[in-house]
Design a protein around this ligand. Structure first.
Ligand SMILES: [Zn+2]
Length: 146
């Protein structure tokens, strides 16, 4: 009985898009998102990318937003990755190219999570260093006019 119920649920979900992981990234980021995700060689589904705009940009002179930091603090950030959610949020104070945002940076955090690596919010891993994949991804985006 349980097995039949499971099969029914699976069949239902394969035909209804709403059952799948949320895939409603902000269209302003969608092309760059797919380019960076492919550039990283990621084999998982790309996370959802949400733009943070307007009054939600509540720090950094209207260019950033507060996110939970270590020890119950809040940090003013241009982007955020929320472990376990497949959601990243990117500050977008005005229309700008994706290469000028935190998109590649936050996607690197998602990639590391997907690879089972520990959170690197101190940015000590090679990905975030000069010559790392984040800089290379932004250079790729710039070259593509993104
Ligand atoms: Zn970071």
């Amino acid at each position: 009985m349980l097995r039949n119920t499971l099969k029914l649920v699976l069949a239902f979900c394969t035909t209804i898009a709403a059952c799948q992981a949320p895939r409603s990234s902000d269209p302003r980021f969608e092309t760059a998102l797919q380019k960076v995700w492919a550039f990283y060689g990621a084999t998982t589904e790309a996370p959802e990318v949400e733009a943070v705009t307007g009054t939600s940009l509540d720090c950094g002179q209207g260019n950033a937003f507060l996110v939970p930091g270590p020890n119950n603090t809040q940090v003013c950030a241009a982007g955020a990755h929320y472990p376990g959610t497949r959601l990243i949020r990117i500050a977008l104070p005005k229309p700008t190219k994706a290469s000028a945002t935190a998109l590649a940076h936050e996607l690197a955090h998602q990639l590391q999570e997907d690879q089972g690596l520990p959170d690197d919010y101190q940015h000590v891993s090679q990905a975030f260093q000069p010559g790392g994949i984040v800089g290379a991804a932004n250079a790729m985006l710039q070259a593509d006019g993104e």
